[in-house]
Design a protein around this ligand. Structure first.
Ligand code: A4P
Ligand code: MG
Length: 330
């Protein structure tokens, strides 16, 4: 087994060291290397992982769904080792980092790839490549890994059959209810999008950003034949059509239309992350989502039922407004 090294901490947004989960000595057979016999005969590769994340929420509730399931992660990493062959263990390490970072709770990861049977004509104990990759690099790394494997970005793929997506609507400037109603009609009028259900409207305390008026929030369940990127473009066009200005992050807005989930896709580009990275923390998204899909699931390496996530975070700051109806009936 590989020795466990003390790993320098990664700091959270408040300058505190994040917790670590170490998975050490994960070994699988692969065919990586530049030599023909390596590609043909294969050899063992061994991976050590250090995940940097906050484990407090899991510990406080003794709840596996609030942390990384290291058993599932181990299977996913072993699949990378057994998967398509690459020349360099540097490349293999980066592929493993992408898998670890695909769980949004992981802020950074250290990956060591060992190749103890490397074809070196001298006596040696091990060859190790050790890398650290951060969440901020995830989109770039994932894109590079796909390009190398000549795979299209799933966010650009037009589905062969209609997909279900959940959209979150928010407004806190102007005639909020009227804007939300028009947004639903606008979306339903788009070719390739049909609205299956709209949630009741809730009034919500603003979360983050400057001091600003309360929001009206709602969710829509749609069926679409558009790719995720095309669906996002439609949402942004509709926001712009309702005078949406982007001046302050999390600032007040006439209309916000976010893609919360698209099927069970987990993917990321420089303009779209799925599932929406903050959906799991936000009751103003989850309460309406549950109302349009009581079996809703947040996809990921450890999928979580929306109902359970909402139970965990609570729905403080979200008030029912049954008299406000998106279908126009007062
Ligand atoms: N982007 C990445 N992933 C997505 C996605 N899944 N859906 C990109 C939509 N957009 C996504 O978004 C910023 C960038 O995120 C976009 O360029 C897009 O390419 P934005 O809509 O321009 O700005 P934003 O909405 O201020 O930013 P952000 O980070 O999406 O904000 P959130 O997290 O959506 O929060 N409080 C209450 N009570 N109700 C609200 O509705 N909304 C926000 C916005 C803050 N506080 C709120 C509410
Ligand atoms: Mg938004």
């Amino acid at each position: 087994m590989s020795p466990v090294h003390p790993v320098p901490p990664v700091l959270d947004g408040h300058g505190r060291p994040l917790d670590q989960i170490q998975l050490v000595g994960l070994t699988a057979f692969g065919h990586h290397g530049v030599f023909e016999q390596e590609r043909r005969d294969g050899q063992d590769f061994c991976v050590d992982l250090v995940l940097h994340l906050n484990t407090r929420p899991a510990a406080a509730n003794d709840d596996l769904t609030r942390t990384v399931h290291y058993g599932e992660l181990a299977i996913a990493v072993a699949e990378v080792i057994r998967g398509s062959a690459v020349d360099l263990i540097e490349t293999l390490a980066e592929r493993v980092a992408v898998v670890a970072l695909s769980d949004l709770r992981v802020a950074a990861v250290d990956v060591s790839v060992h190749k103890p049977s490397a074809p070196i004509p001298e006596r040696f104990a091990d060859v190790i490549v050790r890398i650290r990759r951060h969440r901020a690099e995830f989109a770039t790394l994932a894109a590079a890994a796909r390009a190398a494997a000549a795979e299209p970005n799933p966010l650009d793929v037009t589905p062969s059959s209609p997909q279900r997506a959940v959209l979150a609507l928010g407004a806190n400037l102007g005639d909020r209810l009227q804007t939300l109603r028009e947004a639903v009609a606008d979306l339903d009028a788009v070719k390739g999008v049909s609205v299956l259900a709209t949630s009741p409207v809730v009034e919500t305390d603003p979360v983050g950003g400057p001091e600003q008026p309360d929001y009206l929030n709602a969710a829509m369940l749609v069926e679409t034949t558009l790719s995720p990127h095309a669906l996002l473009s439609v949402c942004q066009r509709i926001e712009a059509g309702h005078g949406r200005q982007r001046t302050v992050r999390w600032g007040p807005r006439t209309l916000d239309v976010d893609v919360v989930v698209y099927g069970d896709l987990v993917a990321c580009s420089d303009r779209l992350e799925l599932p929406h990275p903050r959906a799991a923390e936000r009751a103003f998204v989850l309460v309406p989502w549950l109302a349009v899909d009581e079996d809703g699931v947040l996809p990921g390496s450890a999928p979580r039922a929306v109902r359970d996530v909402l139970e965990q975070i609570g729905s403080e700051g979200v008030r029912a407004r049954p008299e406000l109806r998106l279908d126009g009936v007062q």
